[in-house]
Design a protein around this ligand. Structure first.
Ligand code: GLN
Ligand code: ZN
Length: 754
């Protein structure tokens, strides 16, 4: 049995790649310095894997931006709108133009990679693909030269590539057009001495049609013809949808996920066996979460899987690429000892594999290491076992009415409009205002202890006052405090709530050079101090207009954290729901009449397989209701969502029973309006009238068009006017200009309609 890996975090231990990229984009370093710097990170990544004893080291998984983008550029799928000369097709300028836009055109779209918080660049299929480069092979050669290792090149497979692309007119034709390209890639690899290539096909875990599966068969038969190179067809993020078809594909090995897809994949193995002439690469440790593996249990699993596989034809590996984990826990010296030992980031995961690899050969030899891991597990369980009894008791005693508001929406609407007396088409924003350099600097200074708590507090209070004044001046109807005290909408609550720890260096790539630092939710969650009261009440004291209380919802907190896995996610969500409920109650008592609970990640957490969706949506909605339903009928609950296609979850959104939803609507060309209208959504709705992701100042007519379109379907009394997300990443000048235009538009339509 051999130890393999599927991919390693790209950013470097101290986010070196981020720094290099941003310096390059700012014109501070040359292209060749960027390349040299990046290749040094790549080399260190390989070296670490060599040291960890990984026998099949992935090469070509490293990327300057994103692996889907790499593949698109390799295949020459660079949209014409960027106006790039043929001879420059694969240089880095072109590459970054597709990712970030250039003078001629905006970037390709970005989408969440399956159900992760990683975003890929969506390839646009506006022409016939042609092979321009073989990046994984180049990486193979680099690894060979630098460290004399026989790496395993990684490439996105044809099915996943086409499935995730845009503007594919004819699926079959697109697949066919890739046949000569992949055949050539494999041939070139074979000639260079590559032994195994990892072909990533995570799309095989989606609910796909039998026609699609047939086409996969057809294409794999063609691309493997006359090739003696071994192909590891790699799936992850769940069990495969057509097990028998997948294991019969003409490849040398199949990679299956025995973490997220454990139950199904194992039962397929038991029911249908595994071909004796193939290798099985078993993903047995979690590549997406940070908790220590129960090594003894894992060994049993490995033995069980092994019994279905011909001898010496099994690999063990993480369930997916380690891209979704931070690099190492070594810098997290501030954490409680037990936690530090329990947490496993990429490097520590590889150590687990190393132990498992040796244990399979000779369990006695690693008994000490296994014992140590037993002890850590036990200590961790003891720690999480000692949680606040109150939390557990409150959860156990929840009743149906805790999930329900006292009176139905229609009646609340009447009560709230009498109380709030808002005009038609009330104008508001989503919450954050620009996080200008002074805000970041003060926060950093405060964290480093360079300024006192009082100084920081005063700074934030002044910022809030400025922000309120600005909003009054612009003429918005419902104000916000601006979120200056928040670094990130999830990390902020992770810092305030019990049951979380925040890491120092636990960065995970989100897209391009952007990284997030997910908090670690390790124990029972509760609120032992107010989280937002001071800032919100301060803001409210400065104006006669209503200021929205601003919180992040349970599902988003869960989706953007690393969450304990010793209890169900539903229970964790209810614990967060209760903590938010307490905060909301206090906001209400302190005179806040409108409270917004953002759940932008609700859509992203939707399970990949439709059979798992009802259960998820059920607890997700209940957790939101638990948080928000304790308020009086006259208190208005808002929610906000962005990133994603909402058409599959509109019923769930309705079930959340919020009074008002604000939603991203401008980027998808107003499709969202149709989806909500079709499903007869009949609560208040704020359709984002302009895209905040771009610095450009929206035109009046564009914003007006969104509202006019919405007026065709929705009663005017239901509509709000707002940007489509928070303004945190924009410059103050842009925000000022855009919001003034937005309010002007609202006033104009208001006059016309009343
Ligand atoms: N209230 C948050 C903000 O305005 C919402 C952010 C989000 O939806 N991602 O920044
Ligand atoms: Zn948003």
């Amino acid at each position: 049995m051999q130890v393999s890996n599927l991919g390693y975090p790209r950013m470097g231990r101290n986010r070196e790649l981020k720094k290099l990229l941003e310096e390059y984009w700012q014109g501070k370093i040359s292209e060749s310095s960027l390349i040299t710097g990046a290749q040094e990170i790549e080399r260190q990544n390989w070296e670490k894997q060599v040291q960890a004893g990984v026998e099949w080291i992935p090469v070509g998984d490293f990327s300057f931006y994103d692996q889907m983008l790499d593949t698109a550029v390799m295949f020459g799928l660079i949209p014409d709108r960027f106006k790039i000369e043929d001879e420059n097709l694969t240089d880095l300028k072109t590459y970054f133009a597709v990712a970030r836009g250039n003078d001629h055109a905006p970037a390709n779209a970005m989408k969440k990679w399956f159900d992760t918080n990683y975003h890929y660049i969506v390839p646009e299929w506006d022409k016939e693909p042609k092979l321009l480069k073989n990046y994984p092979l180049e990486a193979y050669k680099r690894a060979k030269k630098a460290l004399n290792i026989d790496g395993k090149p990684v490439i996105i497979g044809p099915f996943t590539f086409v499935k995730l692309s845009k503007k594919v007119a004819d699926f079959k034709k697109a697949m066919e057009s890739l046949v000569p390209i992949y055949a050539q890639i494999f041939k070139d690899m074979e000639n260079e001495g590559v032994k195994w290539v990892q072909v990533d096909e995570p799309a095989l875990v989606l609910d796909i049609s039998s026609e699609e599966m047939n086409e996969v068969k057809n294409v794999y038969e063609k691309i493997t013809k006359g090739i003696s190179l071994s192909i590891m067809l790699q799936t992850y993020f769940g069990s495969v949808s057509y097990y028998n078809d997948v294991i019969s594909l003409p490849v040398s090995g199949i990679g299956l996920d025995f973490v997220q897809g454990l139950e199904d994949n194992l039962s397929y193995l038991e029911q249908y066996g595994f071909p004796k002439d193939k290798y099985l690469a078993a993903g047995v440790i979690n590549g997406r979460n940070v908790w220590q593996t129960d090594l003894r249990k894992c060994l049993e699993l490995i033995k069980k899987i092994e019994s279905y596989v011909a001898s010496d034809r099994m690999w063990i590996q993480p369930s997916c690429s380690l891209l979704h984990l931070p690099v190492t826990t070594a810098d997290e010296t501030h954490l409680p000892e037990v936690l530090k030992r329990t947490l496993k980031f990429a490097d520590e995961r590889l150590m687990e594999l190393n132990i498992l690899g040796r244990a399979v050969k000779d369990a006695a030899q690693v008994e000490d290491e296994l014992k140590e891991s037993d002890e850590t597990l036990k200590a961790y369980r003891e720690m999480t076992g000692q949680t606040d009894e109150k939390v557990r008791k409150r959860i156990a005693e929840l009743k149906e009415e805790d999930f329900k508001r006292e009176v139905p929406f229609v009646e609340r609407k009447r009560i709230q409009s009498e109380k709030l007396k808002l005009p038609l088409l009330p104008a508001t924003t989503i919450g954050s205002f620009p996080q200008t350099p002074d805000v970041r600097r003060m926060r950093a200074d405060f964290k480093k202890g360079k300024i006192t708590q009082d100084e920081y507090r005063k700074f934030i209070r002044d910022k809030i006052a400025e922000c309120i004044k600005l909003q009054e001046d612009i003429g918005l109807d419902v104000l916000v405090h601006g979120e200056f005290e928040r670094n990130d909408m999830v990390e902020y609550f992770g810092e305030k709530l019990k049951g979380f720890v925040v890491t120092k260096n636990g960065w995970v790539q989100s897209y391009g050079s952007r990284c997030v630092k997910p908090p670690i939710l390790y124990g029972d969650v509760w609120r032992d101090e107010p989280m937002t009261i001071e800032e919100i009440t301060h803001a409210q004291s400065l104006t006669q207009k209503p200021v929205k209380g601003m919180l992040t919802g349970p599902v988003t907190i869960i989706n953007w954290s690393f969450v304990r896995d010793d209890i169900g996610r539903d229970e964790v969500a209810y614990q967060i729901g209760l903590a938010l409920r307490d905060e909301i109650q206090e906001l209400e008592e302190k005179g806040i009449d409108i409270i917004q609970v953002d759940d932008p990640a609700l859509r992203e957490g939707l399970p990949l397989k439709s059979k798992d969706r009802d259960n998820y949506l059920n607890w997700a909605v209940r957790a939101f209701k638990l948080a928000t339903s304790g308020v009086k009928p006259e208190t208005q609950i808002h929610t906000h969502m962005c990133y994603g296609e909402f058409k599959d979850i509109i019923q769930a959104i309705d079930d959340m029973d919020a009074d008002v939803i604000s939603i991203e609507a401008s980027r998808a060309g107003g499709d969202v309006i149709d989806h909500f209208a079709k499903q007869k959504y009949s609560r208040d709705i704020g359709l984002g009238v302009y895209d905040i992701h771009s610095p450009r100042i929206p035109k009046m007519e564009e914003m007006e068009a969104v509202i006019r379109k919405a007026l065709k379907y929705f009663d005017k009394s239901l509509l709000w006017v707002n940007p489509d997300c928070g303004l945190k990443t924009r410059k103050p000048g842009e925000v000022d200009a855009a919001l003034r235009k937005m309010v002007e538009m609202a006033l104009k339509l208001r006059q016309e309609l009343s």
